[in-house]
Design a protein around this ligand. Structure first.
Ligand SMILES: Cc1ncc(COP(=O)(O)O)c(C=O)c1O
Length: 431
């Protein structure tokens, strides 16, 4: 054991050295491809986090391998599928030719990741994910720019959030740089699946599941990370038409000390019944999630919610709930706040406001606009709120969409579709 540990440590050390700051060749079936490799100080922190997660899951630190993009193995399909027509395509129902997978065990760490033809998984019916929802995921997009280049949008933020979600449910840690490299590579392999046209993209769904076959409620000793890709058009068939929200204090999406700040699958399962009620009983498109006796406004559907208003002190501001353990740290939320702060035209504040405050502001004509933001829909204007049986109209400056939401959408699209050079848009290298 001593010898094995020492050897493994030496092998890991040399693998890490070999990966530093240069292009690393990858062994592939049939051909050799190049995968760029980087290293940062953050990686060292991630390594120690990986070791401590493994230790918490019962592993010996010194035999755990990191997720390593330079050991990627690619097996490409020899029968590519026809691409679907995007017009009228339901969100996330067609999938590209390939997927990324990487398996982990608590004793060996991460095995070599693979890009291979999309196929069904086979797993034991006792796998933890099937019983205790030990699962987390991400949602990100690859965009085909007007210049033909393919871009990811702030993938480092998705990597960080994925890591936080995994950690909260005792799934293994991973090297975030390696994750981004692997996602980038998957997009490069399936780049023909990135549709052209504004509002269209290749939606990426990185996921991690607990695969250990054991019914005891305990941290898993086996896991799989994977990513699938789905060409999509605009999230709402009606485009940027305003949505009506059901604000029902009966239901709570997240609570202090809970997992609302993560993208764990269970968070979403619990929203399905209220969402169904919102659509079928109240004619609303989404649920506006309230919290506690004060009825704090937290999020909307699967989006962060922002309000442009004149606050109670008479100050014009854009306000959204602060990042605590109830609020998802949305990439679009963060980007919206950054852009709006950059305009310098009004205050931008991360603080809670309550449903009574919102109703008072509506009554006094102080609400300028309310909108949701998220990767799937980008910006979703709110046209009305149903609360305790009454419908409240929300002002929309420009017919279908408010002034700030419209401007945010345009600026984000300009970056995502490559019309404006920006550090947030990461170009996927040509194969
Ligand atoms: C609960 C929740 N809030 C907000 C968001 C928006 O996050 P992002 O902008 O990263 O897509 C999402 C979608 O991921 C979500 O599921």
């Amino acid at each position: 054991m001593l010898l094995k540990s020492a050897l493994t440590r030496a092998a890991l050390a040399s693998a890490t050295t070999a990966a530093v700051g240069r292009t690393t060749s990858v062994v592939l079936t049939g051909s050799t491809r190049l995968v760029p490799s980087t290293t940062t100080a953050v990686k060292r922190l991630q390594r120690s986090h990986a070791a401590s997660t493994a230790a918490a899951n019962g592993a010996a630190d010194d035999v755990v391998a990191e997720l390593n993009a330079s050991s990627l193995v690619e097996t490409l399909t020899d029968s590519p599928k026809p691409k679907p027509t995007i017009e009228g395509l339901a969100f996330g129902t067609k999938f590209s030719d390939h997927m990324l997978t990487a398996d982990w065990t608590h004793t060996t760490g991460w095995a070599a990741p693979e890009i291979r033809p999309l196929e069904n998984f086979s797993m034991h019916p006792a796998s933890c994910v099937l019983h205790y929802a030990v699962e987390c995921f991400e949602g990100m997009k690859a965009y085909r720019g007007d210049d033909g280049a393919t871009r990811l949008f702030r993938p480092d933020l998705n990597a960080r959030r994925f890591q936080r979600s995994a950690s909260r449910i005792s799934l293994p840690a991973f090297d975030e740089d390696a994750f981004v490299q692997l996602i980038t590579r998957l997009v490069a392999v399936d780049r023909d699946w990135v549709p052209e046209g504004e509002g269209r993209s290749l939606y990426l769904r990185p996921t991690m599941i607990a695969t250990q076959a054991a019914l005891g409620v305990a941290p898993t000793t086996e896991a799989r990370m994977f990513c699938i890709a789905s060409p999509v058009g605009p999230y709402y068939a009606k485009g940027f038409a305003p949505v009506t929200l059901l604000a029902d204090p009966t239901y709570t999406r997240a609570w202090p000390g809970g997992v609302g700040f993560t993208k764990c699958g269970g968070n979403y399962a619990a929203t399905l019944m209220p969402m169904n009620e919102a659509t079928t009983k109240h004619g609303c498109e989404q649920v506006m999630w309230l919290y506690g006796e004060e009825e704090l406004v937290t999020e909307v559907g699967t989006m962060n919610l922002l309000m442009h208003w004149i606050n109670e002190q008479g100050v014009e501001e854009l306000i959204t709930a602060p990042l605590d353990d109830m609020i998802l740290d949305g990439v679009t939320r963060r980007s919206t706040l950054d852009l709006a702060r950059n305009w310098g035209e009004f205050d931008v504040r991360e603080a809670y406001f309550s449903m009574p405050q919102l109703l008072r502001a509506l009554d006094e004509g102080r609400v300028k606009e309310i909108f949701g933001v998220g990767t799937a829909a980008t910006v979703s204007p709110v046209g009305g709120i149903v609360y305790k049986g009454e419908k409240y109209e929300i002002p929309l400056a420009r017919g279908n969409i408010g002034h700030v939401g419209d401007r945010i959408k345009d600026e984000l699209f300009d970056i995502q579709y490559g019309r404006k050079q920006h550090e947030w848009a990461v170009v996927v290298p040509e194969q």
